[in-house]
Design a protein around this ligand. Structure first.
Ligand code: PGA
Ligand code: ZN
Length: 420
């Protein structure tokens, strides 16, 4: 009876962009869980609706009036029942009635409350004793696209993944050093560089895509040789933001170049080869499963990851699997609304050899739960940024988990070669 839910409290808090977001406390007889929802900027069209009309305040009202009466009295460890109840109360396919972010916060806070009630950390409660693998942190170093304002690269994210590291702490340390090194290189290159950063804490600099990759290559090589392991690079094109559906072209504004699907494919392959990319995310817009499949056929030793393409949705993933569209999937629980939905997608991904990449959102809080989820669900990679408080909240939680696991801790199996 210790995990019977006694109260559900919803409130308005702020994320790192200063946007309003929903936070929920789930209280049981002997524990509690608190979760704040994140928010994306370059959202996929197939994501659930974050809030009903009326925004966060309306979502809070619905949690108080509709959700709490149904959830109170349930057992916090009956996750499926809680998540099914959320779907039933909402009644729509995309959580437009109570809000996907409200569902997300209630769902995850219930899991946290259940773990807390049984005296376990969330990753242990969800993943059991076999959950001992730490993910490799994939961190945003340079920002562009919709994540910046003014002059910056067209591509949204230039990322580092220190997959030669032997521990999480080592990998996280390398990422921080690469971030710092890139800052130094940018300051030397451009006397006017102000040290500006994006929401995710990545540098926002007046450089183009190729230059960003050159700078990142230099930093990865220098830090890699200092630390004596490989720091590789990845890119999130966030192509749906570049895509102009009328012209049927990807618009690289800064570069003053438009690429059709074929040219985009060549461009991605060229960058992957030249810069030994081990990770490419959303290289095509969210409806172009075919081009994803073409790329997946041609590229070697590289994770081809769908974010907007899949939106953590098992039906979309199923389509991708059938078409051999990718080999990795971004997992953002608030893209689907509940933990059970995300869990189903992760399981499907793993059954078909897809790497699940647990991920933050550009608008996020110091909520650290995705760190626990990455270990619980054995995600070999976590995309959680490098610096900025909402990012370090997740990274630091993983450092704590690694310490907690002691001798049993090991890095996840991740097969990427030189890339490209
Ligand atoms: P977001 O996107 O702004 O929707 O969080 C980040 C990403 O594309 O990975
Ligand atoms: Zn993305």
């Amino acid at each position: 009876m210790a995990a019977v839910i006694e109260d559900v409290i919803a409130r308005k808090v702020f994320n790192n962009r200063g946007e309003e977001t929903i936070e929920v406390d789930v209280i049981t007889a002997s524990g509690f869980g608190r979760v704040a929802a994140p928010a994306g900027k370059s959202r996929g069209k197939a994501e659930v609706v974050y809030y009903p009309q009326g925004g966060v305040e309306q979502a809070i009202k619905r949690v108080e009036e509709l959700v709490a009466p149904e959830i109170i009295g349930l057992n916090a460890d009956c996750q499926e029942e809680i998540d099914n109840t959320l779907h039933e109360i909402d009644g729509s396919k995309d959580f437009r009635s109570i809000g996907g972010n409200a569902a997300f916060a209630v769902s995850l806070a219930s899991a946290e409350a259940a773990a807390n009630s049984s005296g376990l950390l969330l990753f242990r409660y969800l993943g059991g004793h076999v959950a001992c693998e730490l993910p490799y942190p994939l961190g945003n170093i340079l920002s562009g696209g919709q994540h910046t304002r003014g002059k910056s690269p067209d591509i949204q994210e230039f990322l580092v993944i220190s997959h030669g590291a032997e521990s999480f702490l080592e990998a996280a340390t390398a990422n921080v050093q690469v971030h710092k090194k890139v800052g130094e290189i940018l300051s030397k290159k451009d006397k006017l560089f102000s040290g500006g950063r994006s929401d995710e804490g990545a540098w926002a600099a007046n450089i183009g895509d190729a230059e960003a990759l050159e700078v990142l290559t230099q930093a990865c090589e220098e830090i890699g040789s200092e630390l004596d392991f490989v720091c590789s690079m990845g890119v999130d094109f966030a192509s749906s933001s570049l895509w102009n559906g009328k012209e049927k072209k990807y618009n690289y504004e800064r570069e003053k170049k438009k690429r059709d699907s074929g040219e985009q494919l060549e461009f991605v392959l060229e960058l992957a080869k030249k810069y030994h990319l081990v990770y490419v995310e959303d290289p095509f817009h969210e409806e172009d499963f075919n081009s994803f499949a073409e790329l997946s056929k041609k590229i070697k030793g590289c994770l081809v990851c769908g974010d907007d393409l899949f939106t953590t949705n098992s039906e979309r993933l199923n389509r991708g699997i059938r078409m051999h569209a990718a080999n990795a999937i971004i997992i953002k629980v608030n893209q689907v609304g509940t933990l059970s939905d995300a869990w189903e997608t992760i399981e499907m991904a793993k059954r078909h050899g897809y790497v699940p990449v647990m991920s933050h959102r550009s608008g996020d809080t110091c909520d650290w739960h995705i760190a626990q989820l990455a270990v619980a669900f054995k995600c070999p990679v976590i995309k959680a940024g490098v610096v900025e408080a909402a990012r370090t909240a997740k990274i630091n939680e993983l450092i704590r988990i690694e310490e907690f696991l002691g001798d049993r801790a090991r890095m996840a199996d991740l097969e990427v070669s030189k890339g490209g």
